[in-house]
Design a protein around this ligand. Sequence first.
Ligand code: F6P
Length: 293
Amino acid sequence: MKTSDVRGILPRGGTILGTRRGSPFDTTDGVAKCKQTFNDLGLDALIVIGGNGSLTVASMLHKQHGLPIIGVPKTIDNDVVGTDSTFGFQTAVQIATDAIDRLHTTAESHDRVMVVEVMGRDAGWIALQAGIAGGATAIVVPEVPFDIDELSQIVRKRHDRGRYASVVVVAEGAKPKPKTLKIPERTLDAYGHEKLGDIAHAIAPEITARTGFETRVVQLGYIQRGGTPTSYDRVLSTRFGLAAVDVAHNKKFGQMVALKAGQIETVDMSVTANQTRTIDLKLFADVSATFFG
Ligand code: F6P
């Protein structure tokens, strides 16, 4: 890619390269094709920009097949081990926070409980951050299985104190405690992942059944993954990009650029492979104890 190929992309979301999900390890000749393409294009290095899946594959291609690869952590999920943040996350949190702010209006004017579902399959980063920023009544994350009775009680207590509007923020990967709530059977997508997107619909009627309060579901879905990146994400991705190019010039392959205490560093890409960085459980517990209800 030349400067002319990337000029003007800073304020844009999405993948400019036109990449898609899929692993070369899924097919027998996938890795060989990768190597062939790498050689045909005469590449010196490959900078892989992605989340856990992409970085795991990148690490395997480097470790097992010797490809000169550098990782850059990018995902709205913020669940990459080895970095304090991924780019895309802050933008998703801002979108979810703006949405929650807007939902308070209808919650308050109609005395409703809004159950807002945000992304986060294995980690509840978006739910936690947007929930705190948006003043949620309760936040439900995949890391901490929820009890629908307790959740309903939190909403009831708040209404008992004269606040008739609530916003409950739920991560799509939230799980009920065993035998507390039946959720529909899930099918798998083409990559073997459970198809999510039903948890807010499972929770809302159960809150109504237990409290009598009117509930509504709002799923933010792909809105969280699109549009204009925040200035924070633009700066972070620029810093990551600069560092990745330095790593390439220094031939430190198998490294991922990372944010650590505000500084850009590099970490061995294998630390992130097949791992999920989950939320700060202490923060979640403190917020739950102090603000929920
Ligand atoms: O990994 C990013 C992510 O947005 C997850 O938060 C979400 O679970 C998933 O992608 C959605 O993927 P799909 O578009 O395949 O449903």
